[in-house]
Design a protein around this ligand. Sequence first.
Ligand code: OXD
Ligand code: MN
Length: 586
Amino acid sequence: MPQVDIVNRHLVKFVEDTAKLTQPDTIYWCNGLEAEYRSLIEQMLDDGTLTELNQAKFPNCYLHRSDPNDVARTEHLTFVCTSSKDNAGCTNNWADPDETKNKMNSLFNSCMEGRTMYVVPYIMGPESSPHSQVGVQITDSPYVVVNLQIMTRMGRIALNRLGNSDRFIRGVHSIGELDPGRRFICHFPEENLIMSYGSGYGGNALLSKKCHSLRLASVMARDEGWLAEHMLILGLESPDSDVTYMSGAFPSASGKTNLAMLKPPKSQNGWTVWTMGDDIAWIYPGQDGRFWTINPEAGFFAVAPGTTWKTNPNALETMMKNTVFTNVAVTGDGSPWWDGLTDEIPPGVIDWQGNPWSPGTAKAAHPNARFTTSIRQIPSLSPHLDDPKGVPLSAILFGGRRASLTPLVFEAFDWVHGVFIGATMAAETTAAAVGTVGVVRRDPMAMRPFCGYNIADYFKHWVKMGSKVSKPPRIFHVNWFRTNSKGEYLWPGFGENVRVLKWISERVNGKGDAVKTPIGYVPKQDALDLKGLKISPEALEDLLRVDSKGWLKELEDIRVFLNSLGERVPEEMWREFSKLESRLNS
Ligand code: OXD
Ligand code: MN
């Protein structure tokens, strides 16, 4: 059956069983070669799945317009199927594994008739890292195949790594009829299996990403003593060439990609940010008493709107070639475009649904429009992307989009306090998931939609991980989005955020002045490098202010939240709660 010499009987059986169920016309085993990519692109240009963008300006760049019903993750249709409901916990939708498999099997029954079934072997992590994992996604979407080819180490390389082993994540995916009424993304952590039907959208359909590297991997990490996190990884290099590595968890579409790709402004001459990853970090205790981290991915599937030459020049440079755009608008000359990308609106804009667009109507690009590009194209690429051991972590950042209350930056007193900060962090919702935008919701470690098990057990696991190393990273919370009474942002953000990263790197290196407040260490007014920034002393005060009354109110909300997670919330979290309450009251 396979075009390549597959000897792994476990894999052959998986493919044969899936083919028997789905009845494809053809089975194609992906090799990951350039010629294969090219031929899939040609095929999709022919059948209209892709349109060519201006090849002179954007070589090898294409546009995919998705079904308007299929533009974001669908958390309400995403399930964790464990034998005990309690093991999925209250932040996941739970469903019985046997019943769900029957339901999914009936959806998948003959769904690939007339279609090609692609077998996509991939590695998450560097080719030779002991921490990497192999997965095999079966899909009937060539769009998914090319995205996986960009975003993972895909094809022959993964088969070689797998050898005869049975240890691979099995993913079965079909776009089905793209009917939201027949759309389910189901995880079976006890079998390392993912079944996803009815969506072609990245977070639902690129099973390597959220489904494998976060939901299933988080369960493995709990069982094996590591962490699978929704985090960027960056290295901040000082003028003395010291590099401090940090990871950061921010809810979807909250500036994580911008921070991972940060280009320091001219005023910060000598400082460099190296990009290791923008979305997922696998973190392990190292022999040297520190945590080390790898980025399992090899590419970006990131939000395009909001990206401009001012906010994220590295991203724009990265996506100039070899990029698949999804649901962006197109200018009259065939360039990808989104609202705010250029000061002037270019002529002849066609919106994300393919209709002529004029300003003042709806947005031209979908707010969750995306670009898929290889991480190897980014000018700020860390030289350690393929390093089997990854990089050592000195700091972990938690961040939320909060208009008020949360200061620009503060540091936890210790590991467990940091876990409490991460566990109770909140942010305003964005367009990355279907639902209301702009509502504050608690999103622990930005993992609420991605933790594959009971979130209270996840907190326990985090607490335990701190004792696995003698030098755990220091934990910080950042908020670039605090506003004044007129609703204007107090902090310039984007490239200027390097000033906050500098303070963080000073703190982890035993420097950086701070004041002790009830919520943690906050920079002293003159501890942040503000040279060349137009920021008034009042704005700075507002940015760093800790409003005890406001925090006491916040605590009430945190109490309700922790209570809602049930009995399994570890006592350490309640202890931190009480300590914070008494610090605020004293
Ligand atoms: C993503 C998300 O696509 O978090 O990374 O939704
Ligand atoms: Mn994400």
